[in-house]
Design a protein around this ligand. Structure first.
Ligand code: XMP
Length: 325
């Protein structure tokens, strides 16, 4: 499987008919590779892992076992959507792991962004490995590797370590049904498989999730406020006719003065971030109508606990990165 490459002359999958042909091909390929074997897959709810899960489940049904780890840093409604779509609509064998306390306890008091990323990555592997060890007779690991992952890792830009990090005792043969596809093609295939638009056209979301947007040492109350504010930002900016490439918010680890019931109180600031980019290497800031910003402000101030200020980040990359950490 490791040596499967995108054919030089492969036609770009741009129509439902081409997507259907690709799906039929992959279903046969998965069946041929896996036979009666069992496949384990870490299902984050992102586009790649979701399309991969939908394809493999279509090919082998209950012999696919998906593990969804809720690390507490997902966006509002995401774990619920994964369960609804895969368990209820696709009838997938889904193990839901509530690891929220585990992750947040490990992250308590840690303010260095790279340390936070490291803890989240390591803990994820530990949780997934624990689940894998509980299962018997699993020989395959499904992965939503896509073609740019392969190209970037070959070019030395990014270590592609979807499979990386699993302990030595967990050796699996990889099943990577969307390996030769570009992102737009993965979306096309996802749509043809019947995945909901909210999943297929999801904006990019970092692996460490809200963990890098709850700036500094994560606290549960600030994280909850971030999750609520993020849902509002996504809902309101998502209504624009031209939706930016990525749009979200961050809550930095500082407070400023506010007034409530005639008294002074200290609150957090929500920072709205919306950017356009082609490759995330550079990014520009699109205009957001002032009325939309005001609606976001009003909703956040009225409903999100602990927040008394709303800011709009107009910084471009470079010099600012897209994420705050
Ligand atoms: P930056 O902040 O580096 O972000 O300008 C560029 C793009 O990468 C995403 N990002 C991450 N994705 N793990 C990920 O999977 C990470 O640790 C991470 N940090 C940033 C970011 O959302 C943006 O799309």
């Amino acid at each position: 499987m490791d040596n499967i490459r995108r054919p030089e002359n492969m036609e770009r999958i741009t129509t439902p008919a081409l997507a259907k042909a690709f799906i039929d091909e992959q279903l046969a390929a998965i069946k041929a590779q896996v036979g009666d074997g069992k496949v384990l897959l870490a299902l984050s709810g992102g586009v790649d892992s979701s399309v991969c899960a939908a394809l493999i489940s279509k090919a082998i049904g209950k012999n696919l076992i998906c593990v969804h780890v809720n690390h507490g840093l997902l966006r509002k409604g995401e774990p619920e959507q994964v369960i609804e779509v895969f368990r209820n609509q696709f009838d997938v064998n889904l193990i839901y792991v509530d690891a929220v306390d585990r992750f947040l306890d490990k992250l308590a008091g840690v303010s260095d962004p790279e340390k936070k990323r490291h803890i989240i990555g390591e803990e994820f592997i530990d949780v997934f490995a624990e689940e894998a060890r509980k299962l018997e007779g699993v020989a395959f690991l499904g992965q939503g590797t896509i073609w740019p992952d392969i190209l970037e890792s070959e070019a030395g830009i990014k270590a592609h370590h979807n499979a990386g990090g699993l302990p030595e005792d967990l050796k699996f043969e990889l099943v990577e049904p969307v390996r030769i596809l570009f992102k737009d093609e993965v979306r096309m295939v996802g749509k043809a498989l019947g995945l909901p638009d909210g999943m297929v056209y999801r904006q990019p979301f970092p692996g460490p999730g809200l963990g890098v947007r709850c700036v500094g040492a994560i606290t549960r109350d600030r994280l909850e406020s971030l999750r609520e504010a993020d849902a509002i930002v996504r809902e309101e900016i998502g209504k624009l006719p031209q939706v930016p490439w990525q749009y979200f918010c961050a809550i930095p680890d500082f407070q400023s003065t506010g007034i409530k019931d005639g008294k002074r109180y200290m609150g957090w600031a929500v920072v709205i971030r919306a950017i356009n980019t082609v490759d995330a290497v550079t990014a520009t800031v699109p205009e957001i109508p002032f009325s939309v910003l005001c609606t976001i402000r009003d909703r956040i101030i009225a409903t999100v606990p602990g927040v008394n200020r709303v800011l709009w980040d107009i910084s471009e990359k470079p010099v600012s990165t897209i994420e705050w950490e």
